[in-house]
Design a protein around this ligand. Structure first.
Ligand code: ADP
Length: 754
């Protein structure tokens, strides 16, 4: 075969080359004139053309093939390859067309979605030039897409927001590709509205910010609603701040929703405080409910308003007792949302309440003590009187006299006890007089410590302000306190007694009224008072000492408390076990600063002075009352009997009456016989009958010159305190002995004689 030139044309360059190589090896041409893929597009035509023209030239395809039968495969292979290739190309073409169609469809879909979205969508360049908007955007601003694209969206925003928007865009970078912005816009009809935008930055391959894709919404209504909500919140806050008591709104999760000014001030926290347990208890976690009854938990369970009390921490760290009125609040769906709690600091109120209870306790004890003292003094009078009589009867028998003297001393000590009881009794109000307490402090303390191995040190200024006080009662206070100090130091020691002038300001820790006070302190170095005992020491009948008149009765400090309280003062105690105890007394100073020489003894002093201190021995003296008549009225037989005997010893003629009525009848009949009584001794209180005061009033109506001595075991009665004002000639405070009786009758009858 003569083949000069075979032009191998294929759409794939490498394919053409390989095929030419194969030809040159098979048919030995060795010549490759041209291998090119530049004529790629022509190759198919050339094959077809060459094939067709050859077929035409040879008449039919078989002769053509015959001619080229040796080379049929040469033609077949490219045709086959071409066929394969064209099939592949067709497939590729189809695939690409389908992909393009699908892309088109999905583009359409997304476009529709974008167009249908109520949200505003746009894309803009970093310099704010709009590159794309959706229909909603165009509609919102009432301008066609064509008008807006290519312009800056800042043209749609009020000038004052430009800096804010630019600043936000400038903050976009690869690490921070998202921002949200809220700003105002001006709509085509000139309305001011608010929008919120979420922007996402788009970067190219080099990381340069190319565009920003933005989705926005109109929030004008929300903004208006939010502002209305904020306004009503502010209004509510103003109302809450106007309330002087702390208010907190606490959510179901213990989070504080609102707090008023008073609550912030009370807790000392900031309005940043998050949880109720932080603010109220200084805790980092929810309270341990075994120790604190949480109002939120209680109300959550009950679903109604609850009142409870517990301790809260105040800004100065102090624990205060708080009463909480907690009311539930509900969500629109009726679910429990939390509580509104109103807090009241009741620490001082509670303290006052306790004080009141203490006072009431003392008062009821006083009523009891008064009654007891009265009966006890009656008995003591009988005992003392009989001992006196027995001593007289015993004559010169020394031994009997000594035994009776001891009995009398014991009875007189018992009288001290009833005097203590009387301090509690009803009407135990101090009889005030202007007095300087310097001497009372020193004398009473020294007297109480006499005979002990305890030293005393006084630091009492001469210019100590005078006070309005019952000196007798104050003496008793000092005596009781110093006696306790003495008993706390059985081995001896030192009691330092100081007094000073003090000015007390408003809101003082002692809850004293503002003003001038004197403060007296008694410091011992005794065994001290254990912490668990300290709260009880002012309770009546509380003692750590052995019970009994010589030991502890537990009345000493309760008497002091009662007396100091009645003087509008304060008594307090500090103590450390094993170190010592200090008792403080605060008494209001008198507005009169200069005491001068004046000291007004109160009637109590007079009454107390009437009580014999020593076991007085009646000295039998020549009777001077022979033939003189005395009427005794007392409902106690034992007393009538002893009094009658004592009076007989004094040579009186005695009649006795049990009641006032009986006494009146006796007096009346005596008057009729002109054998009147020289004096009457009337008991103040008569059980179930007319008492001494009324009897005296009626006796006076019969005989204005009647000489009456009032007698009672109840020294706090105002009639006794001012017996002369009530017309009585004398007073006999039970228990009394024969000396007292003789002295009193002598005084009354000499007056009568005179
Ligand atoms: P009493 O002295 O009869 O026990 P008080 O009312 O005077 O009653 O005192 C009550 C208690 O207070 C005493 O029993 C004692 O425990 C305690 N107390 C009072 N003063 C002192 C003190 N100075 N030192 C130690 N304990 C004291």
């Amino acid at each position: 075969m003569n083949v000069n030139t075979i032009v191998v044309l294929d759409i794939i360059g490498v394919g053409a080359f390989m095929y030419a190589l194969w030809l040159s090896i098979t048919i030995g041409t060795g010549i490759l004139d041209r291998v090119s893929n530049v004529l790629l597009s022509c190759s198919i035509g050339v094959y077809v053309f060459v094939g067709v023209s050859n077929v035409l030239e040879h008449g039919n395809i078989s002769s053509y093939l015959d001619r080229y039968e040796d080379y049929a495969e040469v033609l077949f292979v490219p045709f086959f390859l071409y066929f394969m290739y064209s099939m592949h190309a067709r497939y590729e073409l189809d695939r690409r067309r389908r992909a393009e169609q699908s892309l088109e469809r999905s583009k359409e879909r997304y476009k529709n979605i974008l167009e249908d979205l109520p949200d505003l969508i746009c894309r803009y360049k970093p310099d704010t030039t709009i590159t794309f908007i959706n229909q909603a955007y165009a509609r919102y601003f009432g301008r066609p897409e064509g008008e807006l694209i290519g312009t800056s969206f800042l043209d749609l925003i009020p000038q004052e927001s430009h800096a804010y928007v630019r600043e936000k865009i400038a903050a976009l970078n690869k690490n921070n590709p998202f921002i949200t912005m809220e700003h105002g816009v001006i709509t085509p009809d000139g309305q001011s509205r608010w929008q919120v935008w979420s922007d996402r930055a788009l970067f190219d391959n080099t990381g340069t910010l190319t565009e920003i894709q933005s989705i926005g919404r109109d929030i004008t209504e929300q903004k208006i609603a939010g502002e209305a909500q904020e306004n009503s919140r502010r209004f509510l806050q103003t109302i809450m701040d106007g309330v002087s008591e702390p208010i907190m709104v606490v959510g179901n999760d213990y989070r504080i929703r609102m707090m008023n000014k008073a609550a912030l001030e009370f807790s000392g926290s900031t309005d940043k405080a998050e949880f109720c347990y932080e603010v109220s208890h200084g805790l980092k976690d929810v309270c341990d409910h075994t120790h604190i009854c949480c109002p939120l938990d209680i109300v959550r369970k009950s679903g109604k308003q609850e009142i409870n009390t517990h301790y809260h921490r105040r800004s100065d760290g102090a624990k205060r007792l708080i009463e909480i009125i907690a009311s539930p609040f509900w969500g629109p769906d009726g679910t429990f949302q939390g509580i509104i709690q109103l807090q009241r600091d009741i620490t001082d109120h509670k303290k006052m309440e306790n004080e009141l209870i203490k006072i009431q306790k003392l008062e009821s004890l006083g009523v009891l003590a008064g009654g007891l003292a009265h009966d006890f003094n009656n008995l003591l009078t009988a005992i003392l009187g009989n001992i006196n009589l027995a001593r007289i009867m015993a004559g010169p028998d020394r031994k009997t006299a000594d035994v009776l003297a001891d009995a009398e001393t014991a009875a007189i000590r018992a009288k001290d006890l009833t005097y203590q009881l009387l301090t509690f009794s009803k009407g135990g109000k101090p009889v005030l007089s202007l007095t300087g307490l310097c001497n009372v402090i020193k004398e009473t303390s020294q007297l109480t410590l006499s005979g002990s191995n305890i030293d005393s040190k006084f630091i009492v200024p001469d210019d100590l302000w005078p006070v309005e006080a019952d000196t007798g009662q104050m003496g008793q206070v000092i005596h009781n306190i110093v006696l306790n100090a003495r008993e706390a130091m059985p081995e001896g020691g030192l009691v330092t007694i100081s007094a000073e002038n003090r000015i007390v300001g408003k809101n003082n820790a002692l809850s004293l009224n503002q003003g001038r006070y004197i403060m007296i302190s008694f410091a011992d170095r005794g065994r001290g008072i254990p912490d668990e005992v300290l709260p009880n020491i002012f309770d009546p009948y509380f003692t750590t000492k052995e019970m009994g008149p010589q030991k502890g009765m537990g009345l000493g400090l309760s008497i002091c408390y009662s007396i100091v309280k009645n003087h509008h003062g304060l008594i307090s105690v500090t103590s450390r076990e094993g170190v010592g105890t200090t008792v403080y007394i605060w008494l209001p100073a008198s507005p009169i600063r200069d005491l001068g020489e004046k000291e007004i003894p109160g009637p109590m002093k007079e009454a107390r002075d009437a009580i014999p201190v020593e076991g007085a021995v009646f000295r039998e003296e020549p009777a001077t009352y022979n033939g003189r008549r005395i009427l005794v009225m007392d409902d106690e037989k034992i007393l009538r009997d002893v009094l009658m005997q004592m009076l007989h010893k004094l040579d009186f003629q005695v009649d006795t009456a049990v009641t006032g009525e009986e006494a009146l009848a006796l007096y009346r009949s005596a008057m009729q016989t002109s054998d009147t009584y020289d004096a009457v001794i009337l008991d103040l209180t008569v059980k179930g009958g007319m008492g001494g005061a009324e009897t005296f009033r009626q006796l006076r109506a019969l005989d204005p010159d009647v000489k009456a001595i009032i007698s009672s075991g109840y020294s706090k009665d105002p009639i006794l305190e001012q017996f002369r004002t009530h017309g009585f000639s004398g007073i006999l405070l039970k228990p009394y002995n024969m000396n007292d009786l003789a002295r009193m009758l002598e005084a009354v009858l000499s007056e009568h004689k005179g």
